[in-house]
Design a protein around this ligand. Structure first.
Ligand SMILES: Cc1cc2nc3c(=O)[nH]c(=O)nc-3n(C[C@H](O)[C@H](O)[C@H](O)COP(=O)(O)OP(=O)(O)OC[C@H]3O[C@@H](n4cnc5c(N)ncnc54)[C@H](O)[C@@H]3O)c2cc1C
Length: 537
C-alpha cells in the first residue's frame, strides 16, 4: 500500500474527479490503479484570500509499487503507507476463570471493555448510571423540568460524559501505535458516519452517539462480556497493596485482582473513597471559566470568508489563546459549532455548564468555554482533593447566583467588560436549558480569572471580528474542563501503590476528551491483559 499526501482539489469537485486527479498525479492509466481509500481530507481556512481547496491524503494500491516508487522518487508526497492496522497483544487462554472488572462505561471504559472482550477476557463492567435510553430521559428531566437525577445525568450513565456532546473526535495526544484509528474504526463499525475516518476534524453528534454506544455494548456482550447498570462502586477491597475486588452500593462484593477504574472527572464521591483507602493520588491543574455564545454566522464569516455557509464545509469552529498580563492563560475549550450550552451538573444544588451539538451542527449559535488555567501550586494547595473542593464551592455559588433552580447565571459580554450587571438580552438568545438568570458574573470565579477573561475577550476580537460584540452571552460556569486530580500510575499502568488497580481515562488524569479517553482505554486493556497473561503463564 502506498500513500500520497497534499493532493489538492477545488471544494466543489465531483466525486469521480478524485480518482482522475490521482491517476493524473501518478501518471498512470486506470487499469494500473487497483484500489484507493481516503485517509484524510482537510482544508486550510487561514488562506481566505486564495481559493479554498480540499487537501487529500490517499492510500492506494497499484500493479507495480516498486516501479512507481522508483519513477516518482523525486516526489516527497508519495511513499509507502504506514501500517495502521490494530493487532491485539494476546488472547485469554481457554479455561481462564478470573474476570477483569472495569468501573465506568464512558469512552475509556467502553474501549477497555471492548478490547478485553475481543481478547477473550470476558470483562464485567460496572456502571453507576442507567442504560442510554433511560439516561436520556433523566437528562432531559434537568434540561426541561429542572429535576436532577444524581445517578443518571449528563455525566453518569451508559456512554459516559461525552454522550450528550458535540462528539468531537480530535485530539493532540501522541499516538505512535495508531490506537486512534482503532477507536475510529470501532465507532464506524458501531454506526458512526464513515467520514469520521478521513475528515480532519471528525465529530459524531449527540443523537448518533447514543446509538453507537448501545451497539458497542451489544458487541461486548456478544463476546462474553457483561455490562451492569445502576451498580455504583462504593468501596475497593485491598490487602497488602493488592487489589482484590470492589463493593457495590447494594453491598454485593465482586472479587477480581485486576480492576480498571475509568471513572470520569465527576465521580467525586468515588475519588474521596479511594483517597480514604490510601490509593495514591495528587492534585493536577484544570481550568475554570464561562461558556460564550455568538451567532454561528458571525463565526462562519470570520473563519471562512466568502466560503461561509458552504455546504461541504459546515459550521466553522475556532481555537483561541490569550496570555493575560496577570500571568494567566485564557483559551477556548470544547468549541461546539451550531450547538447549545447544556446544564452538566451531576450533583444537587450545583450549576456547571458544557456544550453539545447534533451531527448537523445547525443550531443558531456557536458556543465554547472561555476558560482560565489554574494550578494546585497557586490556587488550591494542600490535599489532592483540594481541586474538587474548589469546584464544589464555585458550582454551589453559581447555583445560588442562578436563582437556586438550576438556571445558570449569565451576562452580556459588553456588560461583563464594563463591569455592570445585565438586565436584558440583545439579539443573541442564550441556548442553556432550563434557562438563564441575567446578573453580574464578576464574583462567579476568582478575581484573577475574571480579570484575565476581561482582557482576553477584546483580544480574541482581533482574531474573530465580533467576538466581543456587546450582546454575545456569557453563561456560568465551566469548572469540569478536566479532572482536578491524577490517580498516578507507574510504567506498568498500575496504581503506584495498589497492584492490580489500573487508573485510566479522564478521571484518573490520563485523558481529556472522547478520543484520548478511548485510546487510553485501549492502552489500559493491553496493560491489564499483559498482566493477566503473565500471571497465568
Ligand atoms: C456535555 C459534554 C460535552 C462534551 N463534548 C466533548 C466533545 O465534543 N469531544 C470530546 O472529545 N470530549 C467532550 N467532552 C468530554 C468527554 O466527554 C470526556 O473527556 C470523556 O467522556 C471522558 O471519558 P472517560 O471514559 O474517561 O470518563 P466518562 O465519560 O466521564 O465516564 C465515566 C463513567 O464512570 C461512571 N462512574 C463513575 N463513578 C462510578 C462508580 N463509583 N461506580 C460505577 N461507575 C462509575 C460514570 O457514571 C461514567 O459513565 C464532553 C463532556 C461533556 C460533559
Amino acid at each position: 500500500m502506498l500513500r500520497i499526501t497534499e493532493l489538492k482539489l477545488p471544494l466543489d469537485h465531483a466525486d469521480d474527479e478524485l480518482r482522475a486527479a490521482l491517476l493524473q498525479r501518478l501518471a498512470i492509466g486506470s487499469d494500473e490503479l487497483l484500489d484507493f481509500t481516503l485517509f484524510k481530507r482537510s482544508y486550510d481556512a487561514r488562506k481566505k484570500s486564495t481559493e479554498l481547496q480540499f487537501i487529500y491524503t490517499i492510500d492506494f494500491q497499484v500493479r507495480d509499487e516498486a516501479a512507481l516508487l522508483k519513477r516518482l522518487s523525486h516526489d516527497k508526497h508519495i511513499g509507502p503507507a504506514p501500517d495502521v492496522s490494530y493487532k491485539v497483544v494476546g488472547h485469554a487462554p481457554a479455561g481462564l476463570t478470573e474476570r477483569p472488572l472495569v468501573v465506568g462505561f464512558g469512552p475509556c471504559g467502553i474501549f477497555a471493555g471492548l478490547l478485553l472482550a475481543q481478547m477473550g477476557f470476558k470483562p464485567i463492567i460496572l456502571e453507576r448510571g442507567k442504560e442510554v435510553r433511560q439516561r436520556t430521559k433523566d437528562t432531559w428531566g434537568l434540561w426541561r423540568k429542572n429535576v436532577l437525577n444524581p445517578e443518571s445525568n449528563v455525566q453518569f450513565g451508559e456512554g459516559g460524559a461525552g454522550t450528550f456532546s458535540d462528539g468531537k473526535l480530535y485530539s493532540q495526544i501522541k499516538d505512535p501505535k495508531f490506537h486512534g484509528r482503532k477507536v475510529l474504526h470501532e465507532f464506524v463499525k458501531a454506526g458512526a458516519p464513515e467520514e469520521i475516518l478521513y475528515v480532519s476534524k471528525p465529530h459524531i453528534g449527540t443523537f448518533r452517539l447514543t446509538g453507537v454506544v448501545e451497539n458497542m455494548r451489544q458487541q461486548i456482550e456478544a463476546l462474553g462480556g457483561e455490562v451492569r447498570f445502576q451498580q455504583r462502586v462504593t468501596d475497593v477491597l485491598i490487602e497488602d497493596g493488592q487489589m482484590l475486588g470492589v463493593q457495590l452500593d447494594s453491598g454485593e462484593r465482586i472479587a477480581s485482582r485486576h480492576v480498571i477504574l475509568a471513572l470520569g472527572h465527576s465521580a467525586r464521591d468515588t475519588f474521596r473513597m479511594l483517597h480514604g483507602r490510601g490509593v495514591y493520588m495528587e492534585a493536577k491543574p484544570f481550568s475554570v471559566g464561562f461558556r460564550i455564545e455568538h451567532p454561528q454566522g458571525l463565526i462562519d464569516r470570520a473563519r471562512l470568508g466568502k466560503y461561509a455557509g458552504h455546504p461541504k464545509l459546515g459550521a466553522a469552529d475556532y481555537k483561541l489563546v490569550h496570555h493575560a498580563r496577570n500571568g494567566r492563560s485564557v483559551y477556548s475549550f470544547c468549541m461546539c459549532p451550531g450547538g447549545t450550552v447544556v446544564a452538566a451538573t451531576s450533583e444537587p444544588n450545583r450549576v456547571v455548564t458544557n456544550g453539545m451539538s447534533q451531527y448537523s451542527r445547525n443550531e443558531r449559535n456557536a458556543n465554547s468555554g472561555i476558560v482560565v488555567g489554574i494550578t494546585p501550586e497557586e490556587d488550591y494547595p494542600g490535599s489532592p482533593l483540594a481541586g474538587i473542593e474548589l469546584q464544589e464551592r464555585l458550582e454551589s455559588h453559581a447555583y445560588i447566583m442562578g436563582g437556586e433552580n438550576y438556571e445558570a447565571p449569565a451576562q452580556l459580554v459588553g456588560d461583563f467588560i464594563a463591569g455592570k450587571a445585565s438586565t436584558s438580552l440583545g439579539e443573541v438568545e442564550p441556548s442553556y436549558k432550563p434557562g438563564v438568570k441575567l446578573t453580574d458574573l464578576a464574583d462567579a470565579l476568582p478575581a484573577f480569572a475574571i480579570e484575565a477573561i476581561r482582557e482576553a475577550l477584546p483580544a480574541f476580537d482581533k482574531q474573530i471580528k465580533g467576538f466581543s460584540q456587546p450582546d454575545a452571552v456569557l453563561t456560568g460556569i465551566e469548572t469540569r474542563t478536566s479532572s482536578p486530580l491524577r490517580i498516578t500510575r507507574g510504567a506498568d499502568m498500575q496504581s503506584l501503590n495498589v497492584k492490580g488497580l489500573y487508573p485510566a481515562g479522564e478521571g484518573a488524569g490520563y485523558a481529556g476528551g472522547i478520543m484520548s479517553a478511548g485510546v487510553d482505554g485501549i492502552r489500559i486493556a493491553e496493560a491489564l491483559a499483559k498482566g493477566m497473561l503473565g500471571i497465568v503463564a
